[in-house]
Write a protein that binds this ligand. Structure first.
Ligand SMILES: [Zn+2]
Length: 409
């Protein structure tokens, strides 16, 4: 199958179109587990899926079927959420304790809360080759100030802090002036960016009781002075708008990601759709060309790198971080290598997965080695990208050195 066709097949629009009423009905049966004291009951599907052409296509692709005669057995009682196959593949495992070049992790959160934990984190950073971690605090006021004391006072050279945006009283006339004043105050306290500014459909809030007309989406006029002030202060904004496209597809037999991710699902729920969110984000990017935006998680478009290329070409003020999208680049290593090589100046390294040593080292293996069929998250297997040194260097530190604000307090 030509690559362009394969890319189209996994585009979000088409994922939505494979919603199937039969699937919706039978999934609760397939996946449900009833716990009754002393015994476990498993419900089973009564539907014969092998008669369903759409299901066969999704499950077997051009092979058309399993190639054997399936028969009932103990695996019929397994739950999807428990499935963890062990691979029999015997191939090399490259151990990379440290990044090839000093790395700047542009996407972390407050994963150390005491001076002792911060010191532990710095020790791990030294061991794995992280020069600086950008902590996306999303905090304002006294919360931000205490984080600045915790991180910047003892380690001014190892951490960069991003602040947040006040979410209260957004319909008061002084809202824009208030958030700008707080941004300037946080900047003076050491904030060198904003984020992670998140809108997964309900606006810049996690409060689902706020009605649609009161939600703040990124292109809202009330935010214009804030984004402009970021440009003036030369501080970037890390944005998380929309989410993985599978979040807007049903939790049925066609769901792409494992049940680990089902609580993020927004299919059929209130709020903007995947495509609408990308539109409000793009309007903001267009309105504020002087502001530097870093769209985290490959802008939630890492499933379609051709589309993502067009996005980068349309908005020169946009950069990407690769955090938490190991599974996108790991499952399409050749396309990802081409993409990173084509846009070496636009992609930054980020993790967003805590501060364990093994997590950092898994990233080095994915980005630097040629290892195959690596165990990854979800149930996708990853393939090493073996990025060339120049691309790796730009991703690890070159771009961050250039676009972050490194001004000391
Ligand atoms: Zn994050």
């Amino acid at each position: 199958m030509p690559r362009s066709m394969a890319m189209r097949m996994i585009s979000p629009g088409n994922i939505n179109s494979i919603n199937n009423a039969d699937a919706m009905k039978v999934v609760p049966l397939l996946l449900s587990l009833c716990l009754i004291p002393g015994s476990v009951l498993f419900a089973q599907s009564e539907k014969n899926w092998s008669d369903n052409a759409r299901w066969k296509e999704a499950k077997y692709g051009p092979w058309g079927g399993p190639g054997v005669d399936p028969a009932p057995g103990p695996m019929d009682k397994l739950l999807l959420k428990d499935y963890a196959p062990r691979s029999s593949v015997v191939s090399g495992m490259t151990v990379l304790p440290k990044a090839k070049f000093p790395a700047i992790d542009v996407h972390t959160h407050v994963v150390a809360e005491t001076p002792g934990e911060v010191a532990e984190w710095v020790k791990t950073m030294d061991e794995v080759g992280i020069k600086t971690s950008v902590v996306l605090t999303d905090a304002t006021g006294a919360d931000f100030d205490s984080l600045a004391d915790l991180y910047l006072k003892p380690y001014p050279d190892r951490f960069i802090l991003f602040c947040g945006m006040d979410k209260t009283d957004i319909d008061k006339p002084d809202y824009s002036a208030r958030i700008v004043a707080e941004l300037v105050r946080c900047y003076k306290k050491g904030a060198r960016g904003v984020g992670e500014w998140t809108d997964k459909g309900l606006g810049y809030t996690t409060d689902s009781t706020i009605t649609a007309d009161k939600r703040l989406h990124p292109d809202d006029f009330r935010l214009d002075p804030f984004w402009e002030k970021c440009a003036e202060l030369k501080i970037p904004v890390n944005i998380h708008v929309s989410d993985h496209p599978s979040n807007w597809t049903p939790l049925d037999v066609y769901q792409e990601r494992t049940p680990d991710y089902q609580h993020f699902n927004r299919y059929g729920k209130d709020g903007l759709s995947y495509e609408e969110l990308l539109e409000v984000r793009n309007r903001m990017l267009k309105k504020h060309p002087k502001t530097t935006f870093i769209a985290c998680h490959l802008a939630n478009e890492g499933n379609d790198l051709e589309r993502l290329s067009k996005l980068l070409e349309t908005y020169p003020n946009l950069y990407l971080d690769i955090s938490a999208r190991d599974y996108e680049i790991g499952r399409t290593p050749r396309a990802a290598l081409k993409f990173f090589s084509k846009y070496p100046g636009r992609v930054l390294f980020g993790t967003d997965m805590g501060r364990e040593k093994s997590m950092y080292q898994a990233w080095w293996r994915l980005l630097e080695s040629e290892d195959e069929f690596m165990v990854g998250r979800i149930w996708w297997r990853y393939y090493g990208l073996a990025l060339p040194s120049a691309v790796l260097k730009a991703m690890y530190n070159g771009n961050a050195n250039r676009i972050l604000n490194w001004k000391k307090l």
